[in-house]
Design a binder for this molecule. Structure first.
Ligand code: GLV
Length: 309
């Protein structure tokens, strides 16, 4: 029984320290220096390199180092019937909420317009609105979406949600299913995508749907690049239908130099940095799942492969 770690963004040594403090006898190995790969039964991974999963024939538990598990689901070597868990802790949800709040407030208080005016030395007043004058629509009410919805509500925004199945949060107007998507979009001034990436949600931010937002709406994508049809967003920004976008994730990461999104005047972008995994708190979650796995108890945040989240 041995454990393997792989990530290009998380620190293998920090994770070793945190996990060994919780499980002192953990046989912790770091990909690709794993010794005999047939000994590995548990893997903690953020984006396995091609072929890695095929080289772990006895893996019995796959732990994602992030909230998303699409990196496992799109891997052609993903073994069938091996449980997969998502990593969601309070740090991850709080960091996402802060990022979402920042972008919503930037758009709400005309920050992009004033930044532009400052660079042109233009003194033009735009009457401020308050949060109660603005409707924010959140797609996806998982752990991350719910946290952001509650905070935006507490700040005073009108908040509405769109989910696959009806979900209720106090004070948040709930829309669900494809039939209610047009009504949800029609009064959303600032749209936030926090959906899991599945076959059903891939490309949901397309011209057809984004054109249903009121003129002058803003789009924030903090889920996955593949939720967004980039070309459709660019054309709606260029035609003036949409006023701006904040993007944290892209179909191709790092975003290639040649992508026009880099220099689009109405787009603010960050390099998949909206939230992250915090080893000290996340390791407790991972260690608990390792304990549950060996004790044959139900796992925390286990993926339902049918729904994709
Ligand atoms: C990051 O994108 C994650 O899924 O945690």
């Amino acid at each position: 029984m041995a454990f393997v770690f792989h990530s290009l963004v998380d620190d293998a040594n920090e994770w070793r320290t945190e996990l060994k403090a919780l499980i002192p006898d953990l046989d912790y190995r770091v990909w690709p220096d794993v010794g005999n790969p047939t000994e590995i039964d548990i893997a903690l991974i953020w984006k396995a390199p091609p072929g890695m999963l095929a080289q772990l024939p006895n893996v019995e538990l796959l732990l994602s180092l992030g909230a998303g598990v699409d990196h496992f689901l799109t891997d052609p070597d993903l073994p069938e019937n091996v449980p997969i868990t998502r990593l969601i802790d309070d740090f991850c949800a709080t960091a996402m909420m802060e990022y979402v709040l920042l972008q919503v407030l930037r758009f709400h208080r005309n920050d992009p317009i004033y930044q532009n005016q400052q660079s042109n030395k233009e003194w033009i007043f735009h009457a401020p609105k308050i949060a109660a004058d603005r409707t924010v629509g959140i797609m996806g009410l998982g752990a991350l979406g719910s946290e952001s919805a509650k905070t935006l509500k507490a700040v005073g925004f009108n908040v509405r949600s769109w989910t696959k199945h009806k979900r209720n949060i106090d004070g948040v107007e709930s829309f669900s299913g494809i039939n209610e998507l047009p009504a949800f979009l029609s009064k959303t001034d600032i749209l936030i995508c926090l959906l899991a990436l599945t076959e059903e949600t891939s490309g949901v931010l397309n011209k057809h749907n984004l054109s249903r937002l009121p003129k002058g709406a803003y789009v924030i994508n903090v889920a996955r690049g593949d939720h967004l049809v980039e070309h459709d967003l660019l054309s709606l920004l260029d035609s003036g239908w949409l006023a701006g976008a904040a993007l944290d994730c892209f179909t191709e990461e790092p975003l290639p130099d040649s992508n026009p999104i880099w220099s689009h005047p109405k787009i603010f972008l960050t390099p998949h940095a909206s939230t992250g995994t915090n080893a000290p708190s996340a390791a407790r979650h991972v260690a608990e799942n390792i304990r549950r796995f060996y004790a044959k108890e139900p796992l925390l945040n286990e993926l339902n492969r049918d729904t994709g989240y």
